[in-house]
Design a protein around this ligand. Structure first.
Ligand code: FES
Length: 204
């Protein structure tokens, strides 16, 4: 198990950034030009696509097991089955966005009666998606509670309500999971919007 803190959602980051024309920006631009003949900027672009957060229209690709890399269909998920882990997949380029561990997603299909009014707009035919990175110390969340709507981190037992916005049911985590809004398209869970909520454990 790792207790590394993954990177957090850039949109929520208060870190400083280079302003256009700053020394860092100029140096970065000069370096890119110098390396252009080697074709490295294209490689960087591919790396960026792999590290980008889920984008609207992305599909989901299984992250592990025999189906690793395969595009997930809604029919792959059944009520009561264990959560499935996935990474976002850009359907245009078939790029799996697995370049950042914080992009790991958990998908689970719930009985409609277990989905709250708040969560319903973000579900696709009963399937909901959350950041799979536990907000306690960052373990992947893999277990479905016997109540069939809570998901459990097996590292220290934090339990989140997948039917209600990823809210905490049992600690030690102190922050809910970020939800990834989905829609159904061509029988596949498809990203409808970016994450809602902060990603990963609180930074120390
Ligand atoms: Fe501690 Fe998940 S990492 S409960």
């Amino acid at each position: 198990m790792t207790t590394d803190h993954p990177d957090t959602d850039d949109s929520n980051c208060s870190c400083s950034r280079s302003t256009p024309g700053s020394r860092r920006t100029l140096l970065t631009g000069a370096l890119a030009l110098a390396l252009a003949p080697l074709g490295l900027p294209a490689a960087w672009a591919a790396t960026d696509a792999r590290r980008a957060r889920p984008q609207p229209g992305d599909r989901l690709a299984f992250s592990d097991g025999e189906q690793k890399g395969k595009t997930m269909a809604l029919a792959d998920l059944k009520v009561g089955d264990p959560p499935r882990l996935a990474y976002p997949l850009d359907p245009a380029t078939q790029t799996v966005r697995d370049g950042s561990r914080i992009n790991l997603l958990l998908l689970v299909r719930l009985d409609p009666k277990d989905i709250s009014e708040k969560t319903k707009p973000h579900a696709a035919d009963g399937v909901v998606a959350y950041s799979a990175v536990c907000t306690h110390y960052g373990c992947p969340i893999t277990l479905l509670h016997e109540n069939k709507h809570a998901i459990v981190c097996t590292c220290h037992g934090s339990t989140f309500d997948a039917g209600n916005n990823g809210e905490i049911l049992v600690g030690p985590a102190t922050r809910r999971l970020a939800i990834l809004p989905l829609k159904a398209a061509d029988g596949m869970p498809t990203v409808a919007a970016g994450f809602i909520g902060r990603l990963g454990p609180p930074q120390e």
